[in-house]
Design a protein around this ligand. Structure first.
Ligand code: AQP
Length: 332
C-alpha cells in the first residue's frame, strides 16, 4: 500500500551542546519538513558513545538535546522525537546487519578514517561499526528519505548496499532510502580554523557558537573569529575562507544574499562586520533560548515525552525487526 506521506529519518548526536552549525545546517530545516513528511527525529546517544564520553555529561546533554529540538519547533504531535537507546531494536538489528556487512566496505568510510586517526592506537570497534548502526536506525522505520549533507552521502549509499544485499539474499524486506538534499543547509566552518567544519565536540570553545551561549559570549566569539589581512568583505572561499564563513552565517541568519552583504559592508572594516554577524546570531538565538530555558526546567515533562515517543518508535521498529528475525531463521 502506498504511504500517504514519505518517511524522513534524522538523527543528531548528544556529543556536545548543539552549535549554530547543527542548527543552520540541519536542524532548522527539520521544522518545516514536519508538515510535508512523516518525520522521525532521534537523539543518537548510542552513536555518541563511539567516542569517549563523560557519563554524567552524556545524560545531561540527552535531556538538553530533547529540550533544544522542542525549542526550535519540533512538534511531538506531528513527529516522533525519541532517544535512540530507548528502543532496543536498534542494537538488535545492528547485530543482524553486521552478519551481512563486509569489513572492506566499512573500512572505506571516510568518517571512520578521519575519526579513527584521532583515537590513536586503540580504535574502538564501535567507531568502525557506526555506519551499520546508522543503517539499522534508518531501516527500522521504513525510511524513504534521509536528509544529509555531502559528508553523509557515503553512509546512505552503504545503507542502500546493506539493505539491497539483505533483500537479495533473503527476500524483499527493507525499503531502500534515498538521500535527501532538500534546502541545501549551509556547512559552517570553525571560527578559529575555517578549513575545518564547526563541530560541537571541538576542544576550542571559541571555534563554535553553542545554541545556549549568552549574547555577550556570542559577540566575543565573533570578535575573535579568524579573518585575513585583505580587509574587504567579499565572498571568496579560497583566499578569504574566514570571511566567507562569516558571510554564510550572516546570510543564513538574515536571509541576505552575498551581493547584499558585500554592499552593506563596502568601505567598512572587519570589526563592524563581525559585530553585525554577532548581533544577527544573537537575534536568531534569543527566542529559542527563552523557550529552551523553560523546557529544560521541567525534567518530568521531558521524561514523559521521551517515554511516550520511545513507545511510538518501538512499535514501528518492532514490526520491521520481527520480519528480519524470521527471514534470517531466528525462532519466535
Ligand atoms: N558545521 C556544520 N555545518 C552544517 N551542518 C552541520 N552538521 C554538523 N555540523 C555542521 C549537521 O548536523 C547534523 C547532526 O550532526 P551529528 O551530531 O549527527 O554529527 P556531526 O555531523 O558529527 O556533528 P558535529 O557537531 O561535528 O558533532 P561531533 O563534534 O560530535 O562530531 C547533521 O545533519 C550534520 O550534517
Amino acid at each position: 500500500m502506498e504511504k500517504a506521506k514519505k518517511t524522513v529519518y534524522s538523527g543528531i548526536q548528544p556529543s556536545g551542546t548543539f552549535t549554530i552549525g547543527n542548527y543552520l545546517g540541519a536542524m532548522r530545516n527539520w521544522v518545516p519538513m514536519q508538515d510535508q513528511y512523516d518525520c522521525i527525529y532521534a537523539i543518537a546517544d548510542l552513536h555518541a558513545l563511539t567516542v569517549p564520553q563523560v557519563p554524567a555529561e552524556l545524560r545531561k546533554r540527552t535531556y538538553e538535546s530533547v529540550a533544544m529540538l522542542l525549542a526550535i519547533g519540533i512538534d511531538p504531535q506531528k513527529s516522533i522525537l525519541y532517544v535512540q537507546s530507548h528502543v532496543p531494536a536498534h542494537t538488535e538489528l545492528t547485530w543482524l546487519l553486521n552478519c551481512n556487512a563486509y569489513m572492506g566496505e566499512l573500512s572505506r568510510m571516510t568518517q571512520y578514517k578521519d575519526k579513527s586517526e584521532r583515537q590513536g592506537k586503540n580504535i574502538r570497534v564501535a567507531l568502525f561499526d557506526y555506519p551499520v548502526l546508522m543503517a539499522a536506525d534508518i531501516l527500522l522505520y521504513e525510511t524513504d528519505l534521509v536528509p544529509v549533507g555531502d559528508d553523509q552521502k557515503q553512509h546512505v549509499e552503504l545503507v542502500r548496499d546493506l539493505a539491497g544485499r539483505f533483500n537479495q539474499n533473503y527476500s524483499p524486506t527493507f525499503v531502500l532510502p534515498e538521500p535527501y538534499f532538500g534546502e541545501s543547509g549551509t556547512r559552517l566552518m570553525s571560527l578559529q580554523d575555517p578549513s575545518r567544519k564547526m563541530s560541537k565536540s571541538d576542544e576550542n570553545q571559541n571555534a563554535y557558537v553553542s545554541m545556549t551561549d549568552q549574547p555577550q559570549v556570542i559577540r566575543n566569539k565573533f570578535k575573535r573569529a579568524i579573518t585575513d589581512s585583505i580587509g574587504k568583505v567579499q565572498y571568496d572561499k579560497t583566499s578569504q575562507p574566514g570571511i566567507a564563513n562569516l558571510m554564510d552565517i550572516y546570510s543564513s541568519c538574515t536571509g541576505r544574499s552575498y551581493e547584499e552583504i558585500e554592499k552593506e559592508f563596502e568601505g567598512k572594516g572587519y570589526g563592524d562586520f563581525k559585530m553585525a554577524v554577532g548581533e544577527a546570531v544573537v537575534e536568531v538565538l534569543e527566542p529559542i533560548q527563552q523557550t529552551y530555558n523553560e523546557l529544560i526546567k521541567d525534567k518530568a515533562n521531558l521524561d514523559n515525552l521521551m517515554k511516550e515517543n520511545a513507545q511510538k518508535a518501538a512499535v514501528r521498529a518492532q514490526k520491521v525487526l520481527r520480519k528480519v528475525r524470521r527471514k534470517v531463521g531466528l525462532v519466535g
